[in-house]
Write a new protein. Sequence first.
Length: 132
Amino acid sequence: AVAPLPAAAFSAAPSVLAEVPALGSVALASLGGSALGEDATSALRANGFAVHDLGEATEADAIVLDAGGDAAGAGRFLAQHAATRPTLVCLTSPSTETIMALIAAGAAEVLASPPEVDVLVKRVRRVVRRKR
């Protein structure tokens, strides 16, 4: 016969749960107003990512840049940050040429903005996994 487990085996103190490592850390940046919104932030957190503003995240595994419609600004941002951390760029209605130019400039991924939340989470997961 199998001995039953004590009730304590099914509960954990909140401090123990808080020590579970995140899948990775993501820094959010925006050129102007952000179209990502709370849904994207909540979905990333729900999928195991620590989410911070770029200024607060010195050791983030990846950056998600909401460039709005500013492809040139995204290119300048990539020139400053892409060498240090993989950067996903969300851009309003990007053309194929713009996507290719941003990837050549160092973007790890380019998504149409605002991205579908599940697509954003999958792409962030892929970029963080590639980094490790």
